[in-house]
Ligand binder design. Sequence first.
Ligand SMILES: CC(=O)SCCNC(=O)CCNC(=O)[C@H](O)C(C)(C)COP(=O)(O)OP(=O)(O)OC[C@H]1O[C@@H](n2cnc3c(N)ncnc32)[C@H](O)[C@@H]1OP(=O)(O)O
Length: 746
Amino acid sequence: MRKMEIAGKSNKIRIYGAGGHSQVIREVLEENGYEVTETFDDKPSGRHYASKNVTSGARGNLKEFPHEGHPVIVAVGINAERAEIAGFLKSDFEKAIHQSAIIAPTAKIGEGTVVFAGAIIQPNTVIGKHVIINTAASIDHDNVIGDYAHISPKAALCGHVEVGEGSHVGVGAVVIPKVKIGKWCTIGAGTVVLKDVPDYSTVVGNPGKIIKTKQPEMSLNNTPKSSDVTFIGSGISSSFTILHFLDLIEGSKDQRKININIIDKYEEFHTGIPYGGRSGFSVHLITSLKNFLPEPELGKFIRWLNNNKNWLIDELKKDGGQLSLEWISTHAAKIENNEWEDLFIPRRFFGWYINEKVKTRLEDFKIQGLINVNYINQEVVDLEKTEHSYIVSLKDKKTIVSEKVILSVGSLPVNHLWKNEDLIEEDNMLFINDPYKPELKKTLNKIGSFLEKKPSQKVNVLIVGANASGLEMLYKLNDIESITSHINKFMFLSTQGLLPDSVIDEEQRKEYTPFNLQALAKENNVTAKGIAEATFKDLDYADEMHLGAASTVDIISKAFGSLLGKLSPQELKKFACHYGNEIGRRQRCAGYHYSKVIDGLKEEGRFHHIAGRFTNIIKTENNEYSLEYLDTQSGQNKISEESVHLVINCVGSTNLTKNNIPELLKNLIDKGYCKPNDSKIGFDVNEALESKENLHIVGPLLAGNTFEGKAVWHVEHCGRIIWLSHVLSQKINDYFFENTELKEDC
Ligand SMILES: CC(=O)SCCNC(=O)CCNC(=O)[C@H](O)C(C)(C)COP(=O)(O)OP(=O)(O)OC[C@H]1O[C@@H](n2cnc3c(N)ncnc32)[C@H](O)[C@@H]1OP(=O)(O)O
């Protein structure tokens, strides 16, 4: 009967593996009318004496291997090895089912799976890919057998049993109904399994007991290989790395299929916090689009904006308030004429673009059979390095094995300023430690309902931290009529008492020269500290001329940037760790739309900036709250004259020396897999962006390093993100493709 199944198809087939198991498969195939045209095997030692005309397999010769051609059956008994071979072959796979096997019509059997003589598979059972159902094994109704599993001769699985990926159920083992066996387990010969079995366990005896739990190792013969590369975090850095990696593998032939895991603890992938739903639809870039994105990405994005602007603007209208409507009408002509370069567009536009682009590209590559992709919405809490791979532990206690891991978790979490909760509501005060958690929209709703409870009272708002997110909060509070109408005064607290600057004074700027940096350019012995001191003097001089950061940022950055090439590698690293961000703090700029709001508030006498450091929030006698702070100029502790009712913490991220870093980073530091550098916000890495072999870092945690002779002190600018993701994607490509032969020999 099964001979008929190949009618209309080619009856030619190839077998990969030449041991004893291969002999049984050949027998089944030939009985079913197939002609085995070739047999491959990588290891001469394991070949069965009866095998004839065996040629070398693909390992060590991946590019030359004839992937295309007649379908293949991987006839290798060791589950991990079968999984590995099936992963790197790009061939079609066939099944081999002995004519005496009894298979219910409702049972499903995956590609590459073999079912031997006398086996029984009952209704509704689903068998994965490349599984072995050995001689006379009995698999009852409603079983689920994972990919690469092996059910040995005479094993009996009752109804509703599940066997995880790569698990081996030994000869004559018995599994009672509804038991779940995890992945990569071994059930000993004759074992009676009465209870669920966790991943990686070996169970023996009657009743079955766990005798060991072996974390998988990536030796050639024992390779529970779930994925090749795992991205932890799916923000912009990881998204660009994926895109560039796909560009590299596109068009090249005869390559192995790469399995990619993309893990993110938030539901939305490929946007990160700044460009995704957590920031809402109506907060803007802090630079013009042309300064935000370099070419050629800029051109591609603009083309996408042209095609998608209608619905983007509709979403902006829905999400934003009066200021958003104003922004749309102010720039209506430019939007209409597709002149986007000078606009400070809503950031979410870019998030949509990247998300769509990565997902479409990945899907495309998947269809072509070049990759497998697995999206996982989970938090990664730990990594454990085995001989050749990493075990990635998820919060739900599941694990993934991955040869390479890309740590791309974005910026460190915010530093809680007051009490240890994200949001603290007291009778007469709302304190928000992290406005983007869980997302900005929810925070704004919370603020709205807090204010509604005080219809008769106008409240004072305190924003701590005069940076981009501080301005963003101020903008959003003023964007929503129901919120802004309740607010009396806006107070800012920042150590320098300065707001990010937005207005460029073209005339004055022409008069400005960074003399100190220019003088340093003539000297031979330049140090990181010397450059920083000269920069600060030039910034002071700009202050004296009443020239803000927006007017001088490009002049000063160019001047000190050209001096960095004079530094020794050690001094360059020092600059990356200590001085880059210090200078950056004095060069903060913001969009005009933000400063326009502040100017309006100043005119109405509703804006007040305090130069100081946050100390505490204290409750006063009349059940009101006041700010306690250290006055930067006098060095004295002070208490704000006016009460504060809504306090928003925008001071920024914590650092790697603190206790409040994510569990994963804590574990990586404790294990010595990642070593914080002197910047305290980044990990030391080598030129391949590795903090440990095959553990790569990309994104903000690369701060405090040097690459290709350039210092990196923060990784938030898209140009830098794109550059570093290019470097990393090239390294990943070299590892999987360029050095394939070398690696397979190891
Ligand atoms: C066509 C074909 O050939 S298909 C091939 C099918 N193959 C099989 O079914 C083989 C299944 N393999 C087994 O049963 C093996 O014994 C394993 C994998 C469970 C254990 O192997 P190892 O990891 O080498 O463990 P080891 O042999 O050291 O045994 C550890 C302990 O468990 C006991 N043990 C091992 N297997 C079993 C078993 N099936 N039942 C009960 N006890 C067992 C051993 O006696 C030993 O006990 P001790 O520590 O008191 O001395």
